[in-house]
Design a protein around this ligand. Structure first.
Ligand SMILES: Cc1cc2nc3c(=O)[nH]c(=O)nc-3n(C[C@H](O)[C@H](O)[C@H](O)COP(=O)(O)OP(=O)(O)OC[C@H]3O[C@@H](n4cnc5c(N)ncnc54)[C@H](O)[C@@H]3O)c2cc1C
Length: 509
């Protein structure tokens, strides 16, 4: 009887016949010895985790340990990008910092190849690896808002939707990305471009502290006054230095209702794009705007007249009073005659999650690449428009977020994030549903990026890049520029063995 009243954890432990919560009244449970698990090591060989080792792990580990034999394995390994179909040997679903420490210690002691997963949105597939260990933080999604100090504490596996939900209650916001299912961790560690970056900076610019399990298994706090070099590296340097169990952000007052613009133009793309560019060059920092080429799916969330139509959306958010925003955003609603116009004052959280429906986990195959742009000359604009209308798949997006504003006011050496001077970014987000077209879609994305190279600063945004830096060695130098040298030194200090290598990897100096 008592068994039936145990918590989920107790039941799990009881089933295994070994957990601390086992209760004497339960009959002893026999457990078949399981096969040792083969896990890939850092040197590419294989290490065996035998039953005894796993049983020891299970005694201490609070979250579930999922192997290929366990129910829920397939669900636990799936990530955002449908192209990434990988089968890790062991998934350690951490419930808190203590579990993360155990997982990192296991990886280090056995020299195991370990991926770290937050929101699982890495288009490059960094957060899951065949035959490796997966340190999964997706169960750690707590968010706490202190409205008095405007500090928001976020666990390492939370998504932006989790954050927005809590901050909205207090009329606050932390700048995140434009799809609310994206993980706070990967996005922030790589920079963080969204709907507020021109007003409040990149997500990483709003980070005030982080708690990190480093490769030696210590839990360190990093801020402007504690482990400052680590803190510097975390703001743009990706998941290279450890596993972040908690972030602390500065939040800002916003709305909750703000003026948002989303007119959808179905013709006159050349004129509309150039007019948007000219307008964008005049706007105050309160405006964050982007131009997006896309084909609107036949979806009840979208007006019927745009279903299956190729459109250019000139999207924008005004981070200020909605009435003022209405006036300031009006010009981009009249750049031509929009086929539909979804603009209006609305809760920021609603706009922030407007694209969520079209990015269901594992549904789209994706290959993305991006470039930071020096400026949008007429020739650059022509190229973008010609590529925008020649997309090889309706789900592909070609989009151009305007940068500058608060992003450009942070000094280039103040954080690890590479390129602060860019005018804008060109992101070519190849998405499709039919695996058979993969080679063509990938080739097309690369082709566009090659052609656009002449207009770029030479910098790239690693969060929007599907290539594996081990196969594209130019990527990491292009992303970090002069900051790379310091990053390699920090890497050497905190992760000399390069335990955390499944990422946009910075080699130890
Ligand atoms: C649909 C979609 C929309 C996006 N929109 C935006 C956007 O608007 N703006 C933007 O800037 N980017 C955007 N991105 C890109 C996004 O920022 C990156 O893919 C980012 O890496 C996702 O973070 P994640 O935690 O979800 O990813 P994951 O795949 O879980 O992790 C990505 C990387 O971060 C590391 N990592 C994850 N969690 C931790 C942790 N707790 N501690 C240390 N390292 C960790 C991983 O090891 C991996 O290297 C988008 C991506 C997708 C797929």
């Amino acid at each position: 009887m008592l068994c039936a009243r145990l918590s989920a954890r107790g039941r799990r432990a009881s089933r295994r016949g070994g957990g601390r919560l086992r209760i004497r009244e339960c009959p002893p449970i026999r457990r078949e010895k399981s096969m040792p698990i083969e896990v890939e090591t850092l040197s590419g060989e294989t290490d065996m985790l035998d039953d005894e080792k796993l049983e020891g792990l299970r005694m201490a580990f609070h979250g579930p340990l999922v192997t290929r034999e366990d129910d829920g394995y397939d669900e636990a390994r799936v990530v955002q990008n449908g192209l990434i179909d990988r089968r890790p040997a062991l998934i350690m679903r951490c419930s808190g910092a203590a579990d993360v420490i155990d997982a990192v210690n296991l990886a280090r002691e056995h020299g195991l190849l370990a991926a770290v997963r937050g929101g699982g949105h890495s288009v490059a597939g960094h957060s899951v690896h065949d035959r490796g260990l997966l340190i999964d933080l997706s169960g750690m999604r707590g968010v706490w808002v202190d409205p008095a100090s405007r500090v928001v504490r976020v666990q390492g596996g939370a998504t932006w939707g989790d954050v927005d939900r809590e901050t909205e209650v207090f009329g606050l916001v932390v700048p995140g990305g434009i799809v609310s299912t994206t993980g706070v961790a990967g996005l922030t560690l790589g920079g963080g471009i969204g709907w507020l970056h021109r007003r409040y900076g990149l997500s990483c610019d709003n980070l005030r502290a982080a708690e990190v399990v480093t490769a030696d298994g210590r839990l360190l706090r990093a801020s402007e006054s504690e482990n400052e070099d680590l803190f510097w590296g975390l703001r743009g340097g990706g998941g290279n230095f450890g596993v972040v169990t908690a972030f602390e952000f500065d939040a800002h007052p916003l709305g909750p209702t703000v003026m948002c613009a989303a007119p959808m133009y179905a013709d006159g793309f050349d004129e509309v794009f150039r007019a948007w560019r000219d307008w964008a060059d005049t706007v105050p920092d309160e405006v964050t705007t982007r131009a997006v080429f896309w084909t609107v799916p036949e979806d009840p969330h979208m007006p019927p007249q745009v279903h299956d139509r190729q459109v250019l959306i000139t999207g924008a958010v005004y981070a200020g009073p909605p009435e003022e925003g209405e006036r300031i955003l009006q010009p981009i609603r009249n750049l031509g005659v929009p086929l539909a116009d979804l603009s209006g004052p609305m809760p920021f959280r609603m706009f922030q999650s407007a694209f969520d429906f079209f990015f269901a986990k594992g549904m789209l195959d994706s290959y993305w690449k991006s470039l930071f742009m020096k400026e949008l000359t007429d020739r650059a604009a022509d190229l973008i428009v010609s590529c925008g209308v020649a997309r090889t798949s309706p789900q592909t997006m070609v989009h151009v977020p305007l940068l500058g504003g608060a992003v450009g006011r942070v000094g280039p050496r103040d954080t690890a994030f590479g390129d602060r001077d860019a005018h804008s970014m060109l992101s070519v987000d190849g998405n499709w549903v039919d695996h058979r077209g993969t080679a063509d879609h990938v080739a097309w994305v690369r082709h566009v990026i090659d052609r656009a190279e002449e207009f770029s600063t030479g910098g790239t945004y690693l969060n929007f890049d599907s290539d594996d830096p081990s196969k594209a060695p130019e990527l990491v130098p292009a992303a970090f520029g002069e900051n790379l040298r310091r990053l390699t030194e920090i890497k050497k200090r905190y992760d000399p063995q390069n335990l955390f290598r499944l990422n946009a990897n910075i080699p130890p100096a």
